[in-house]
Design a protein around this ligand. Structure first.
Ligand code: NAP
Length: 231
């Protein structure tokens, strides 16, 4: 069984790829940074993690590229749409290009990846689409307006798609984390205290446990906060 994970070169996506591969699941690990993906693949037995260089901001070819990658698989367990970008600064300081890139990577690319994989999942009659959102889809925060818009959009997309495909045996789960100790937004993994930021490895374990639940059990939305976060 194989999972496709976007944003697997670093942060939460890297830990998700390792957690799944260590349980014997195959992983197609997608991101732009080839070197990091190769290093990730070398951490587990050969063939468990297959690197896929993929730029989610290249919307023109995205769906076709992903569809080609999954076509050769006997079965696709599902996809974890994890890649995401964002910068903490006032909206007025975002360039139009920056704003459009956030919407493309965090929302449009998820839609495009779903266009690419859903026909296969429907043909199988099973599969799991896991979308990594943000608690900012559920609480307002200044200086993240476009990012919040992308994650609100992702929440709406996930909830609506679920209602279309659950009858065909396909689950859609939205995970809304609070602050995670990763490189996100220009930070660096390991720099944030555990009291107010989630450990990406712990969050990855939790998500994998959710994935491992029987196909008849659905977690449609899960919010996960560090206890010490001010929310
Ligand atoms: N960190 C937080 O506090 C936090 C809180 C709530 C939600 N989240 C969400 O959690 C998810 C994971 O974030 P993270 O914290 O692990 O961030 P991260 O450490 O910055 O990792 C982001 C990943 O996305 C990939 N990525 C970025 N732009 C891409 C592009 N154009 N094409 C393909 N891949 C791209 C990066 O790989 P390459 O650079 O190699 O392409 C990297 O693997 C995101 O959806 C984020 O919005 C994060």
């Amino acid at each position: 069984m194989t999972w496709l994970i976007t944003g697997a070169s670093r942060g939460l996506g890297r830990h998700l790829a390792l957690a799944l591969a260590r349980r014997g699941q195959g992983v197609i690990a997608a991101a732009r940074d080839r070197e990091r993906l190769l290093a990730l693949a070398a951490e587990v037995p050969p063939g468990m993690i297959k690197p896929m260089v993929l730029d989610l901001s290249d919307g023109a070819t995205l769906a076709a590229t992903v569809a080609r990658a999954v076509a050769s698989l006997a079965r696709l367990s599902g996809v974890i749409n994890n890649a995401g970008i964002g910068v903490y600064k006032p909206f007025i300081e975002h360039s139009e290009r920056e704003s459009l890139d956030i919407l493309q990577v965090n929302l449009a690319a998820v839609v495009q990846v779903c266009h690419a994989v859903l026909p296969k999942l429907l043909a199988q009659g099973s599969g799991h689409i896991v979308n990594i959102g943000s608690d900012l889809a559920r609480r307002p925060l200044a200086n993240m307006a476009v990012y919040a818009a992308s994650k609100h959009g992702l929440a709406g997309f996930s909830q609506s798609l679920l209602r279309e495909v659950k009858g065909a045996g396909i689950r859609v789960s939205l995970i809304n984390p609070g602050i995670i100790d990763t490189d996100f937004g220009g930070a660096s993994e390991g720099s944030r205290d555990e009291s107010w930021s989630l450990r990406p490895a712990q969050l990855a374990e939790l998500i994998v446990q959710l994935i491992e639940q029987p196909g008849t059990l659905l977690v449609d939305e899960l919010t996960v906060h560090p206890l010490g976060q001010d929310f």
